[in-house]
Ligand binder design. Structure first.
Ligand code: CU
Length: 233
């Protein structure tokens, strides 16, 4: 019975989406001291990478010098600003001197992020991370229920976009993909129902054994009483 309960709870968690999203990934940038374009002393390699929203970039130092991964400003980067990316928490990271030292950042916000090394300057060391809106939303099939009537306005998809904002999926594709929120809540209801069923089954089973035990002991009492009665006769 206990195993059954555990299975129910495991299934419920899977349904509720408590497993990590399959889309989250990690990308690597090497801080190199050899093989840089133009014979440059140091460089970020590759200089440009493209990731998805929610992915993590790890910069690994393969030189004996310290470096930084710092978002550009026009003043510091020869007129190149920090890019269009909306993740304000990507500002500055230090990478200590020595092979294998790292700095990592998980990007939450689509757009471009132009960065440089404050120690060696923009001209020598700079790179760009381009974050695309999360692809996980596009893989969710739209349920066939609740299709909006042809006459309804665009207000409904907008409301859904607002509701699903916590899904960290980026702003671009919401209007084209309404109803993902409905899908998620349906899963949550199904998961709750499963947990409830499991708990109920456990309760019924436990109560059933208790009743059976009581009936058994009553029957024994009756038997004893019967014997005593007969011996009294
Ligand atoms: Cu540097």
């Amino acid at each position: 019975m206990r195993k059954l309960m555990l299975a129910f709870i495991a299934a419920a968690f899977l349904l509720a989406g408590c497993v990590p999203p399959a889309g989250a990934a990690q990308s690597s940038v090497t801080i190199a001291g050899t093989g840089c374009a133009g014979g440059s002393l140091f460089c970020f390699s590759p200089a440009s990478i493209t990731i998805h929203d929610g992915d993590t970039v790890v910069w690994t130092n393969q030189t004996t010098a310290p470096h930084t991964v710092t978002r550009c400003t026009a003043a510091a980067c020869a007129g190149s600003g920090g890019g269009t990316g909306t993740d304000a928490s990507f500002t500055n990271g230090n990478v200590a001197a020595g092979n294998g030292n790292t700095f990592s950042h998980t990007f939450h916000g689509p757009g471009s992020y132009v960065y440089y090394c404050t120690i060696h300057g923009f001209a020598l060391m700079h790179g760009t991370v381009t974050v695309m809106a999360s692809p996980t939303v596009t893989t969710v099939p739209a349920p066939s229920v609740a299709t909006p009537a042809a006459g309804s306005t665009a207000a409904a998809p907008q409301a859904v976009a607002g509701a699903s904002g916590s899904m960290r999926s980026g702003g671009v594709s919401h209007a084209a993909l309404p109803r993902t929120g409905v899908d998620a809540s349906l899963w949550a209801i199904a998961a709750l129902a499963l947990v409830g069923t499991g708990a109920l089954l456990a309760l019924v089973k436990r109560r059933g054994t208790r009743v059976a035990a009581r009936q058994y002991s009553l029957a024994q009492d009756d038997g004893l009483r019967g014997k005593r009665y007969r011996s009294d006769l």
